[in-house]
Write a protein that binds this ligand. Structure first.
Ligand SMILES: Cc1cc2nc3c(=O)[nH]c(=O)nc-3n(C[C@H](O)[C@H](O)[C@H](O)COP(=O)(O)O)c2cc1C
Length: 317
């Protein structure tokens, strides 16, 4: 049976435009999770914040909206409104984001040293609504004992699943994930587990899926940026002509970003992506740095497309 592959939420990157464009050009992904959105208070909703998850903008694949906050009542208000307005029935709570402004405000991974706050959110949402709630977590912020305590406290709540990215918040994205602790965490929790972290190749997937057969779904994040054919490769799908397919995706993405982000926003977004695309297209660092200095979108598109034309061939041999 094919594994379940989900696109990991990458704030600032996997927007609806990226998700929809990815889906038009590549197969293998089964489900999306949105990058985190702030919870809000009833009566003070700012609908503009929800653009990314509006159903009309998300027709390609099932989407699980991800929420960030620390006040249980705001989670309840927000999931109720998102259900009423958009029909969502599944929600994910972010307790894994390690960025310092987020952590400083006791949100994201900043909640992990406060298991009572995590439990309060889960208790409130699961007792006051019938929606399917999940969490996306790390091993802890400073220590894995924080994650163990969160898992123990959540065992008796009716959760949809837990996504575990096996690093500490303090590690950011450095080093390698701690698979021994991931194994231990799988043993502590009674919930379904979705894995997230460093699946960069088909071989990585094979090694991890053999080692962790109980994982129900696999999130692909940076791996899909480093190689957008990764999901197809894992599912043994025919990839065909990588160069022309990648270029079609790339141009479609730039054109789709333009109406929403304008020229400078599109350029900024593409520049961020090129840190990943350069690996897949085998563009050397010197040429990448030259590309990133271009501040005009048409010129950027022309230079980057020629780089794909000339460099990607080598990666196919
Ligand atoms: C730029 C960036 C933005 C991210 N944004 C989010 C986010 O909004 N919500 C979330 O739960 N995780 C976020 N993550 C974490 C990823 O979803 C994922 O767990 C992590 O990158 C490890 O998986 P990977 O190695 O497959 O990328 C982000 C990671 C990166 C690098």
């Amino acid at each position: 049976m094919d594994p379940q592959l989900w696109l990991a939420p990458l704030h600032g990157i996997t927007s609806r435009t990226f998700r929809n464009t990815l889906c038009r050009h590549f197969g293998g992904i089964d489900c999306f999770m949105s990058p985190f959105l702030p919870v809000q208070t009833a009566g003070k909703f700012r609908p503009k914040v929800w653009q990314d998850i509006m159903p009309e903008n998300n027709t390609a694949l099932p989407l699980i909206p991800q929420l960030m906050g620390n006040k249980p009542e705001q989670f309840v208000d927000t999931v109720r409104v998102l259900h009423e307005q958009f029909g969502y029935e599944r929600f994910n709570v972010n307790i894994g984001c390690p960025s310092s402004p987020v952590v400083r405000h006791t949100r994201g991974c900043g909640l992990m040293p406060h298991p009572e706050m995590v439990e309060a959110i889960v208790a409130e949402v699961t007792s006051k609504t019938s929606f399917r709630l999940s969490l996306k977590m790390r091993l802890g912020l400073h220590s894995a004992e924080e994650g163990r305590e969160v898992l123990r406290r959540l065992n008796d709540y009716p959760l949809d699943f837990l996504v575990v990215h096996p690093r500490l918040g303090d590690d950011l994205y450095e080093g390698i994930p701690n698979w021994e602790l991931f194994e231990e965490f799988c043993g502590i929790t009674r919930h379904k587990i979705v894995y997230s972290g460093d699946v960069f190749s088909k071989e990585d997937f094979q090694t991890l899926s053999e080692r962790f057969p109980k994982v129900e779904a696999w999130m692909l994040g940076r791996g899909m940026l480093l190689n957008p054919f990764l999901s197809e490769a894992i599912k043994n799908q025919e990839v065909g002509d990588k160069k022309s397919r990648f270029l079609a995706f790339y141009h479609d993405l730039a054109e789709s970003l333009m109406p929403l982000r304008g020229e400078s926003g599109t350029l900024a977004n593409l520049k961020e992506l090129w840190h990943y695309f350069a690996v897949f297209t085998q563009v050397p660092d010197e040429e990448l740095q030259r590309l990133l200095r271009i501040n005009n979108l048409p010129e950027f598109m022309s230079v980057s497309s020629s780089l794909v034309e000339t460099r990607l061939i080598a990666s196919l041999q």
